[in-house]
Design a protein around this ligand. Sequence first.
Ligand code: NDP
Length: 452
Amino acid sequence: MSFDYDLFVIGGGSGGVRAARVAAGETGAKVALAEEDRYGGTCVIRGCVPKKLMVFASEFAPMVEDAQSFGWDIQPGSFDWGSFKVKLHAELDRLEGVYRNILKNNGVESFDQRARIVDPHTVELADGTRMTARHILIATGGRPVVPDFPGSDLAITSNDIFHLETLPDSILIVGGGYIACEFAGILNGLGVQVTQFYRGAQILRGFDDEARGLVCEEMCQNGIDVHLGTNIIEMKREGDKIRVKATNGSEMLVDQVMYATGRAPNADELGLEALGIERGRKGEILVDEYSQTGVPSIYAIGDVTDRVNLTPVAIREGMAFVDTVFRGKPTPVDHELIPTAIFTQPEMGTVGLSEEEAAEQESIEIYATSFKPMQQSFAGRSQRVLMKLIVSKATHKVLGCHIVAPGAGEMIQLAGIAVKMGATKEDFDRTVAVHPTMSEELVTMRQPVRSA
Ligand code: NDP
C-alpha cells in the first residue's frame, strides 16, 4: 500500500520538530507536520525559553546591590517591562523562524493547521484535507489547567505572564511545583510583591526534603510571602483588583492571581477514542517503552504521554522513535537518572534519588554541606547553598546528587554524567577539587553527616 507520507507528525514543539527533521533529514523519509499554533511549542514560545530570559532579567537588581559591595559606584535603576517584553517577543519570533526553517531545510512539509486522526493511516486537517501516512506521531504537548472553583476564571496561567500589558504591583501564585516556584522568584526579582500559596506542607513535593526546605527558606528570605498548607476558596473581582478568600481564613486583595497547579495532556479531539487508543487517568496517551500506542502505526511522545514532562526528554523520545521506526534499531527510551534544574533563586539542580526515596530502598550514607558562598558572603548576604550526595552503603554508588546554589542547573548537568555512569563516592573523592568554587565541596566531603 502506498501512502502520501512515511511519517505525519501532529505538533510542532520540541519533540515533534526533532522527530520530523531527523526522520526527513537523516533517514530520507517523506515527512509532514501539522501545527495549529506557533512552531517551537511550549518550551520555545511559552515555557523554558521565555521563562529563562525572565529569570535573567530578574537577577539584575540583587547583582547591582552586590556590585556596590564589591566597590562599584552604581545604583539600581528601574525595570522597564515594556521594553523587555518587546525584545522578548522579538527573540521568540526569531526562534520560531529557526524552527520553521529547520523543518523546511530538512524537506519536511508543514501545515499551519490543527490535525486529527481518522484511521490508523489517515490524518485530516482542519480544512478537511485528508492525507495518508505509514506512521503517525502525536506530539501535541500539554497545557496549564486551573481547577474549578468560584471565581477561577479570574486566574491567569504561565501562558499569560509573557503577554501582560503591565507588570502587576502584587500577585498571588498558587502551586508548589516547578512553575509556581520559578515564577515566584522571577516576579519577586522584577519588583512585584509576591505571595505564594501551596496546599501541602512543603513546596517542590517529590524532591529531596533538605534541598526543597532550603529553597523555600531562601525564597522567603528574598521577600516572597510563602503560605504553606493554604489554598484559595473563592475569588471575586473588586475594582481592578481580585479579592481572594483563603482556606486559612484570611482575605487579601491582589492585582493578579496566577495558577500553576499542573498541566494536562493535549489529547482531546484527536480522534483517539474511535481508534481505541488508550488514555490514562489524566487523559495522557498510554504508550510502551518505544512510544508506540495500542495502534501499531501510531506513536506518541512528549508531554502528551505524561511520562517525564521535560523538553530534553521529549527530544530523546523523538530520537528513539526515529531509531526504532526509521533506522530499524528498536530503542527504548531511558528515563532513568534524568538530571533536572528548577530555576528558583537560588536554583536547585538534582539527579537521582532523594534521601527519602533512597532510604526506602537500601541503607545509605548522606554527605551534605551547607554554607555561605564566597561571593554572596563578601556582599554581605546571608544566602546559603547546599551540596548533597546520597551514597549506597553496600556499593558506595552515588544514588543522588542535590545542589541548591546559584548556577546549580549548570553544575548538575556535569554531576549528572558521573551519576549516570555509576560513579562511586570514591570516584568523587579522587577527583581533584576545582578551587575556589562552590561545587568543589562535592569532592571534598569526607565524613557522612548521617546514615539512614
Ligand atoms: P507540577 O505538577 O510540578 O506542580 C503542580 C503544583 O500544583 C503542585 O505543587 C501541586 O500540589 C499543586 N496543585 C495541584 N492541583 C492543585 C489544586 N487543585 N489546588 C492547589 N494546588 C494544586 O506542575 P507545574 O505546573 O509546576 O509544572 C508542570 C511540569 O512542567 C513539571 O512537572 C515539569 O515536569 C515541567 N516543568 C519543568 C521545568 C524545568 O525543567 N525547570 C520548568 C517548568 C515546568 P501537590 O504537590 O500537593 O500535588
